[in-house]
Each structure stands twice: as structure tokens, then as C-alpha cells.
Design a protein around this ligand. Structure first.
Ligand code: OFO
Length: 172
């Protein structure tokens, strides 16, 4: 059985993960409108991954006989002036999510919730990758500047990203 304080915090994280999915889907639409299909594809995949993150928390609460509450989603921004601005925002957002995950791990330790620790440790590692990938593309876009052929090459490269549905074991 999960303690109420931990359950409430994990529940809130479900909302943040779905907000991430929503944000990246908004970015996918932005890139699509700019005819940057590769970046749109990259963001679509990112959005799907975020949904699997939300479901990891959802499954964890259910497995521990807790009550899942789906909180209303908020989204702050749906327009960007440049691709670089969008990826910078994605990087900042991932830094925010990392701070949330670290806070959850701290709470689980304070509450002696050893069952939540492996899940949260998975997310600590995942956030290293999440921050690195968004920051890398933001830095590349900065280098690209106004060079449209470099932009299209980067777009083509990012378009190779594919989504792999996690196995049942990985999604728990
Ligand atoms: Fe769920 O990692 Fe991004 O937000």
C-alpha cells in the first residue's frame, strides 16, 4: 500500500508527464507548419514517450492499490518564433521535470518508500538523456543560425527518430 503523501506527489507527476506530451505535440504542430517534417517527427516521438512516462507512474500507483487522480492539464505556450526557441524551451522544460523527479526521490526517501525508489531512479537516469537530447539539438540549431541548407540537413537527421513501444515489463 502506498502512503498518501507519496501517492499524491506521484499523481501530480502523471499530470506533468502528460503536460510534457501536450507541449511536445504543440511543438510538433509548430514544426509541421514550418515544413520542418523531421523536427515534427522528433517531437511526435517525444510526445509519445512522455505518455509512456505518465503511464509508468499510473501503473505504479495502481499496482500499489492507490487511487489515481487525473488532474487538469495546463499548457503555457503553443507558439515559438524559431526552431531554436522551441528546442531551448524543451530543454528548460526537461530541467524543470528533472527537478520534480529529484524532489520525488527525496520525498520517497523521507517517507521510507523503498518500493518507489527503483521507479524514481529509472526516471533520474532517463532525465539525463532527456536533458542531453534537447540541449544538443538547441545547440546545433544555434550553430545552424540562418543557414537554410544546414537547417534542412539537421531536419532530415532528426526525422529518423522512431518510437518503440515499451514492453509490459518496461512500462511497469
Ligand atoms: Fe518525461 O521526460 Fe521529458 O518531460
Amino acid at each position: 500500500m502506498i502512503k498518501d503523501k507519496v501517492r499524491a506527489a506521484l499523481n501530480e507527476q502523471i499530470k506533468f508527464e502528460f503536460e510534457s506530451a501536450y507541449l511536445y505535440l504543440a511543438m510538433a504542430a509548430f514544426f509541421q507548419e514550418k515544413n520542418l517534417d523531421g523536427m515534427a517527427q522528433w517531437m511526435r516521438v517525444q510526445s509519445m514517450e512522455e505518455m509512456t512516462h505518465a503511464m509508468k507512474f499510473y501503473n505504479h500507483i495502481i499496482e500499489r492499490e492507490g487511487h489515481v487522480e487525473l488532474l487538469p492539464l495546463g499548457i503555457k505556450k503553443t507558439e515559438w518564433s524559431t526552431p531554436e526557441e522551441a528546442f531551448q524551451d524543451a530543454f528548460q522544460h526537461e530541467q524543470f521535470i528533472s527537478s520534480r523527479i529529484n524532489g520525488l526521490l527525496k520525498l520517497a526517501r523521507e517517507e521510507n518508500d523503498y518500493s518507489a525508489e527503483p521507479l524514481l531512479q529509472w526516471f533520474v537516469n532517463e532525465q539525463i538523456e532527456e536533458e542531453a537530447s534537447t540541449s544538443r539539438v538547441a545547440a546545433l540549431l544555434k550553430q545552424v543560425g540562418s543557414d537554410s541548407s544546414a537547417l534542412f540537413m539537421l531536419d532530415r537527421d532528426l526525422g529518423t527518430r522512431t518510437f518503440t513501444m515499451p514492453t509490459e515489463e518496461q512500462s511497469a
